[in-house]
Unconditional design. Structure first.
Length: 255
């Protein structure tokens, strides 16, 4: 049994976003210093112009540039935090993969595409007990929703009394779509296999308020709960050794 890891493009994106945050974070100070130097030189060369406040254009341009840098920094920081949160979730998933590599061949950050449908599965486990695909989320706070909702809602309560509310795409629908794409890939290669999808919330500060009526809607909160699910898992139609080997070969060929 092996663990196969695809390259995670988000690691490069996180590095680029961090560098851009540093640049846009420092740029306002640089612009302020340049404006001060320019103003000082103007005062030395033409004191009357400064006294008459004729250097407005430079001041307005500098102020506008500083505001734009602030906006850019805010947008970059928001995207950076989202990707960093996702990376933390994937690291938690990698630890779980190591604990189960004796029973499954495991594929991490696996890109899938069938015709025009494409996605990336955080983790696929293939073994004699069946196939499990896992979508990891690192959200914190309270998350509520149902199987059929297009959006779930995340509530956060802070120590200073501040409360926030944000929507997230229904991850059950996301993992269902990934399962359908993977089933199509296997069908096109002559394999009919049962696949179960799991949504895994990795953040220890998560609280779930979900109403799930469909038996195929599986959600785990925390490593202990996901470990328990994987250890006790058995598909309604377990894989034969031949099918298991063929599926692994199909997945390896698409890496």
């Amino acid at each position: 049994m092996k663990i196969y890891k695809s390259r995670n493009p988000n690691k490069l994106r996180i590095g680029v976003l961090f560098a851009m945050q540093v640049i846009f974070g420092a740029l306002p100070a640089v612009l302020f210093i340049l404006f001060a130097i320019d103003n000082f030189r103007t005062a030395q060369a033409n004191p009357e112009a400064v006294a008459a406040n004729t250097n407005y254009v430079s001041a307005y341009i500098s102020a506008a540039a500083i505001v734009l840098c602030g906006i850019a920094y805010f947008i970059l920081a928001r995207r950076y935090n989202i990707l960093l949160s996702g990376l933390k979730g994937e690291r938690s998933l990698a630890k779980i993969a190591k604990r189960h590599k004796g029973s499954y061949d495991i594929f991490i950050n696996y890109p899938i595409q069938y015709k025009r449908s494409r996605s990336e599965i955080d983790m696929i486990l293939v073994g004699k007990k069946g196939i499990i695909i896992i979508e990891v989320k690192n959200h914190s706070g309270t998350v509520s929703g149902t199987d059929s909702d297009d959006k779930w809602v995340q509530y956060k309560h802070y120590k200073d009394g501040k409360n926030t509310e944000a929507e997230m795409k229904n991850p059950i629908k996301q993992v269902t779509r990934q399962r359908d794409i993977l089933k199509s890939i296997l069908h096109s290669n002559g394999v009919d296999a049962w696949i179960d999808g799991v949504v895994y919330f990795s953040n220890p500060l998560i609280r779930l308020k979900l109403s799930l009526k469909n038996k195929s809607s599986i959600v785990c909160a925390g490593e202990k709960e996901l470990d328990s699910f994987i250890s006790g898992y058995s598909a309604p139609r377990p894989l034969s050794k031949k099918d298991s080997e063929k599926i692994i070969e199909i997945l390896r060929s698409n890496l």
